[in-house]
Write a protein that binds this ligand. Structure first.
Ligand SMILES: [Zn+2]
Ligand SMILES: [Zn+2]
Length: 423
C-alpha cells in the first residue's frame, strides 16, 4: 500500500513532464489568442453543486463521484468536471457585472470513479473553456474552432467533428412526446437503465452504449428534426460560420447531451485509431445552466477535453514527445581551490537564464564528465586550478567533443550567445 499509488491515478515522472508542458502551454496560448482568460477553482466543491449542475440522473453523479463528509459534517465532492465549478464562480463573483461576454478557460485535475482503462483515469486532467453572456452562433463556432486549433497545433491528425443541435425548452417537449410514442411499444427491449430514463429523460437513450438500445434509437425521431425556428436558424448560422473558417464537420443527429439545461449546439470531436471510444473532447451550449445554479438568465457555451486522451491519441499517431530533463551547462571542477569560483560561475550562468548545475557528490574529473554526458548537458565549463590562475576556463561541447579556452569573465556571455543561436 505505502509504495503503490491508488488505482486509476498516475505519477507524471520528470521524463514525461515535457509532454504535459506542451499540452498546458498550447492550451494557455490558444485560449489567450481567442481572448479567454484563465480561472482556477477549488479541487472540491459542495456535493449539491454537481447534483444540480451535472444532473442527478447522469452517470457521473449516480456512479462516479468521489464524495466525502468533512470534519464539519459537510458533504463535499472532488470535482468530476469543470463546467459546474466555473458557473458557480461566475455567479458567486457576479462576473457578468464586468461586462459580457465573459470568456474563461481552465486546466486541471478532475476525479471520477470509473473503471480505469487506456487514457481513462480516476484522476485525469481536463482543459476546457466556458463563454458566458451571448447567444451569437459565431461564439459557438469560435469555441469549436478553439478546440480544433488546440488539437491541430499539437499535431493531431484524422480529427472528426460531429455537430448537432439539441433544441431548447420551446422545441424539446414536442419531440419528447414523439420520442416516447416511438419508444413505448419497444419499452421492454430497452436496457434497464434506459427503461428508467424513459420517463425522466428519454433523450439520453440516444447516448446508451447497449447494442439493443442503439438498434432501437437508430430509426427514432431526432430532436434535430423537431427544432423550433429559432433553434433551426441558430444551427444553420453555426454551420455557416464553421464553413467560413474552413472547418469540416459531420452532422450527427444522434449526438445528444441529455440534460435539460443543454440547448442548441452540441459537438464532439473524435480521432481514429484510439479504440472504440474515440472521443477526445466535446461540448455545447447550456443556456439554462447559469439560472439552474442560482444565477441570472445568462446563456453559455463551452467544451471540456481530457488531456490523457489527447496524449494517447498523439502517441497512437506516432508523435514524439519533446525531450525533457537536460541542462545547458554542467560546471566541472578540476583540482582544488576552485570550488568557490565554480559556485559563483554557476550562479552567474543561472542569473543569465542558462540552465546550469554542478556535481554534488565529489566526483573525480572523469566522473564529472560522465555525469555531464548522462545528465545530459550540452556543454561542460571546466575550471582547472592552473587555467583559473590565468583567468581562463575551458568550454567543452559534449555533442561535438570540441573544447576551447575562454576568459572566465566572458564565459557567461559566451554561453548565452551559444544558447541564443540554438547551440
Ligand atoms: Zn428551440
Ligand atoms: Zn440503454
Amino acid at each position: 500500500m505505502l509504495t503503490s499509488r491508488p488505482r486509476g491515478t498516475e505519477d507524471i515522472l520528470p521524463e514525461e513532464v515535457g509532454r504535459w508542458y506542451l499540452l498546458e502551454n498550447t492550451a494557455r496560448e490558444v485560449s489567450r489568442l481567442y481572448g479567454y482568460r484563465e480561472i482556477r477553482t477549488p479541487i472540491f466543491e459542495h456535493t449539491e453543486l454537481f447534483n444540480r449542475g451535472v444532473g442527478d440522473t447522469s452517470d457521473i453523479v449516480e456512479k462516479e463521484m468521489y464524495t466525502f463528509t468533512d470534519r464539519g459534517d459537510r458533504s463535499l465532492t472532488l470535482r468530476p468536471e469543470g463546467t459546474a465549478p466555473v458557473v458557480r464562480a461566475f455567479v458567486e463573483h457576479s462576473l457578468e457585472a464586468r461586462g459580457l461576454p465573459v470568456k474563461l478557460f481552465y486546466l486541471g485535475p478532475m476525479f471520477r470513479y470509473g473503471r480505469p482503462q487506456a487514457g481513462r483515469l480516476r484522476q485525469f486532467h481536463q482543459f476546457g473553456v466556458e463563454a458566458f453572456g451571448s447567444r451569437d452562433p459565431a461564439l459557438d463556432a469560435e469555441v469549436i474552432a478553439l478546440a480544433m486549433d488546440f488539437y491541430t497545433r499539437l499535431g493531431l491528425k484524422d480529427l472528426e467533428l460531429h455537430l448537432n443541435s439539441v433544441g431548447c425548452p420551446a422545441c424539446r417537449p414536442a419531440h419528447r412526446e414523439k420520442l416516447k410514442a416511438y419508444l413505448r411499444p419497444r419499452l421492454e427491449e430497452l436496457c434497464p437503465t434506459c427503461q428508467g430514463r424513459f420517463e425522466r429523460n428519454p433523450l439520453r437513450i440516444f447516448d446508451c452504449k447497449s447494442p439493443a438500445c442503439q438498434e432501437i434509437v437508430r430509426e427514432a425521431p431526432t430532436v434535430t428534426a423537431s427544432l423550433c425556428p429559432d433553434c433551426a436558424g441558430h444551427f444553420h448560422r453555426v454551420q455557416e460560420y464553421l464553413k467560413a473558417l474552413g472547418i469540416e464537420f459531420i452532422l450527427d443527429e444522434h449526438l445528444v447531451r441529455g440534460l435539460d439545461y443543454y440547448t442548441k449546439t452540441a459537438f464532439e470531436i473524435m480521432v481514429k485509431g484510439i479504440g472504440a471510444q474515440s472521443s477526445i473532447g466535446g461540448g455545447g451550449r447550456y443556456d439554462g445552466l447559469v439560472a439552474a445554479l442560482g444565477g441570472k438568465q445568462v446563456p453559455g457555451i463551452g467544451f471540456g477535453l481530457g488531456l490523457e486522451r489527447v496524449l494517447l491519441a498523439l502517441e497512437t499517431q506516432g508523435q514524439e514527445p519533446p525531450p525533457e530533463g537536460g541542462v545547458d551547462v554542467l560546471v566541472v571542477t578540476a583540482g582544488t581551490g576552485v570550488d568557490l569560483a565554480a559556485f559563483r560561475l554557476l550562479a552567474g550562468l543561472r542569473a543569465a537564464g542558462i540552465q546550469a548545475d554542478k556535481d554534488y557528490l565529489e566526483r573525480s574529473l572523469k566522473g564529472q564528465m560522465k555525469y555531464a554526458n548522462r545528465y545530459p548537458a550540452r556543454m561542460a565549463v571546466i575550471l582547472g586550478e592552473e587555467e583559473l590562475a590565468r583567468g581562463r576556463v575551458s568550454v567543452r561541447r559534449l555533442d561535438a567533443g570540441s573544447q576551447e579556452e575562454v576568459p572566465l569573465a566572458a564565459v557567461v556571455d559566451y554561453c548565452r550567445k551559444m544558447k541564443e543561436s540554438g547551440w
